[in-house]
Design a protein around this ligand. Structure first.
Ligand SMILES: [Zn+2]
Length: 311
């Protein structure tokens, strides 16, 4: 079973409850910046002077060769075609909230291995490697912050940590964020970027769907707003729970959003899927989400929405 997420792969560390593991991997492999110049060169010897291969990248959206720094300056959005490159949790929060306002919470709650799960590798080893690769302690980073001067609780997913998959700790951190929002009477904003539930935790990961939904329901009863922002990709058990429960659901342009992957759906219905199926714009046209917002305008859009809810 493919369980190790690869760079640019989608959700291989996870699976939607409706599809076989790795189903989401059919979509957008190579969505990350691909470097111009051979990767193999690096393997020839680390002592060689670094080639300027990283200066230029090929945009998977328009196939143009673009200057990496130019993309980074533009919130990692292609200046030519507006392709939104995936970003990590820390960068996401930096772009979204007021400067210097973020204070992380629950970083001490770290993954356990309730099933002592092992396939080709031990789950515990995968978690350790994911931590090294991403620099995060889990697939979601949560804390308090402010947007437009308004206090809120914020959660952002880290796709480089096992495909942003939701295990027990991810669910717990999100539920705690909702509870903090409730206790402090502040809004909650969650930015999803996830392949879905974490298969290595089996039923424990699926239970997080109900747990997070229940926490959000308490927030809703108290009349506190919850904004859900969907980044590429948002699939499986995450899309089937809190990601689609926002009072307002926003998405970045062209983000893949769905439950099972297109291959499973085509096999089930025995037909071809329409152009643009499971992309933000398609979901907007069919009434599943409320807004498609470019990354550079997310902060001001969130600020406006929060001001609206505050009356
Ligand atoms: Zn482009």
């Amino acid at each position: 079973m493919p369980v190790e997420p690869e760079p640019g792969g989608v959700g291989q560390g996870s699976t939607g409850a409706g599809g076989p593991p790795g189903e989401h991997a059919t979509a957008e492999r190579g969505a990350e910046p691909s470097e111009v110049g051979g990767r193999g060169r690096r393997a020839e010897g680390a002592r060689q002077p670094r080639m300027p291969e990283g200066l230029w990248i090929i945009c998977p959206g328009c196939r143009e060769i673009i200057y990496r720094k130019e993309v980074e300056r533009n919130h990692r959005v292609c200046p030519k075609c507006s392709h939104h490159f995936r970003i990590g949790a820390r960068e996401r929060i930096r772009l979204l909230v007021d400067e210097g306002s973020f204070l992380p919470h629950d970083e001490g709650i770290v993954p356990e291995d309730p099933l002592h799960f092992k396939d080709s590798r031990r789950y515990a080893d995968r978690v350790r490697d994911a931590g090294r690769k991403s620099g995060c302690t889990e697939a979601v980073l949560c804390g308090e912050a402010a947007v437009g001067g308004r206090a809120l609780q914020v959660c952002a997913f880290e796709f480089d940590f096992m495909g942003g998959s939701m295990g027990g700790v991810v669910g717990e951190r999100i539920a705690r964020s909702a509870e903090r929002a409730l206790a402090r009477r502040t809004p909650l904003v969650i930015v999803s970027c996830s392949g879905g539930a974490r298969m290595q935790e089996g039923l424990f990961s699926l239970m997080q769907m109900a747990k997070t939904a229940a926490a959000l329901a308490r927030l809703g009863k108290a009349g506190l707003p919850y904004l859900s922002i969907l980044a590429d990709p948002t699939t499986g058990g995450v899309s089937a729970s809190f990601a689609m429960l926002g009072d307002v659901i926003l998405a970045e342009p062209r983000a893949l959003i769905g439950f099972a992957g297109p291959r499973v759906i085509e096999q089930t219905i025995g037909g071809k899927l329409p152009e643009g199926f499971q992309r933000s714009e398609f979901l907007l046209a069919h009434g599943l989400i409320d807004l498609v917002v470019e990354r550079g305008k997310l902060r001001e859009t969130v600020a406006k929405l929060l001001a609206f809810f505050a009356g």
